[in-house]
Design a protein around this ligand. Sequence first.
Ligand SMILES: NC(=O)c1ccc[n+]([C@@H]2O[C@H](COP(=O)([O-])OP(=O)(O)OC[C@H]3O[C@@H](n4cnc5c(N)ncnc54)[C@H](O)[C@@H]3O)[C@@H](O)[C@H]2O)c1
Length: 380
Amino acid sequence: MAKTFRVGLIGYKFMGRAHSNAWRQAPKFFDLKANIEMHTICGRDAAAVQAARAKLGWQFAATDWREVVESPLIDIVDIGTPTFTHAEIAIAALKNGKHVLLEKPMGRDLKECEAIFAAAKKSKCVHMIGHNYRRIPAIALAKRMMTEGALGKIYHFRARYAQDRLADPEFPVDWRLQKETSGSGVHSDINSHIIDLARYLVGEFTDVCGIVHTFIPERPRGDLLAKGKRQLGKVTAPDSAAFIGWMEGGVMANLEATRYALGRRNHIEIEINGSKGSIYFDFEDMNKLKFYNGDDPKDRQGFRDILVTQRDGVQPYVANWWPPGHGLGYEHTFVHAVADFVNACADGKPVQPTFEDGLKNQRVLTAVEESSAKGKWVKV
Ligand SMILES: NC(=O)c1ccc[n+]([C@@H]2O[C@H](COP(=O)([O-])OP(=O)(O)OC[C@H]3O[C@@H](n4cnc5c(N)ncnc54)[C@H](O)[C@@H]3O)[C@@H](O)[C@H]2O)c1
């Protein structure tokens, strides 16, 4: 008989909704190696978490995360809370023998990430960071093509994660823009995603040179706006960042994270150039991967669009969904992550990206901040 994993989810807002959907859908679309019970959802506001429980499909609600991580009824703890809570909750969950799915960025700084990874190494638990973009079918296909050498020797990795919501100076300051709650603001929030994709697709960073910056140092306080008052609060974390770097094998890297790119809503753009070809991806057109094959006959060379929706099992993940051309969205990336995570828990095997990946990611984030502060190149 297949094992049943009882899941406890901490946090019920943005990621809480995305993860609840994934826990609901994964067993319906994938043949998992274990059953899932959506056991407990946790948040601090009793009425709000009860409402979330009913709406998102959980059996029980809790108002203290300790109840969840200490409960003998729970096998998997899924953490979708602000970054400043990650280390405490993840370490407690691991100490209590729970498998842990932890949202990115892993922690606020290197010290927290090292402590989380040390707790994971001490445990026998399976651990995964919520870098869901690895599991976009087009990105998973790009990974396969890179592994097969379709691009030859890699020269350039370029990525830009651009949104535009901070371009409005009235957009409130919340936990994401405070150093003590977010770690390093937009830098750790969204640069961490493209650093993860760089490491996944190409390899490790060795040296970086970067700038982190705060364009608008004061914004209306979100907590007071909710009460009908307007008072400015300080933005204490970077709201944009960019860096260049060297990766192993002599790959030149160029990454940028901003929320000031008017017209860009969730533009995750990646281009990789190699001796035999190039690939290009844009999340806002996420069902496609563009591929330039340098071996094509000269008279018909050009980027081709690969529509990554084939159902015959040749393209990653899509066989479990709809007929070709029917398209997947943001939410499917979380379903894929949960499906892979549950199978890894059933097998007791690691699943990428692990907490070691989270720690290596943080080393790059920290090196970029140090480079910006010192105005010089820093080794990762
Ligand atoms: N993978 C992605 O694409 C992605 C996207 C957005 C956010 N994230 C990450 O997910 C995490 C959560 O972000 P979000 O956007 O969902 O934030 P959010 O502010 O929308 O929601 C945070 C949730 O955590 C709860 N919470 C806060 N402190 C808590 C505590 N002490 N105990 C219990 N619950 C608590 C809040 O009540 C809320 O339900 C962050 O680490 C963020 O970086 C990942």
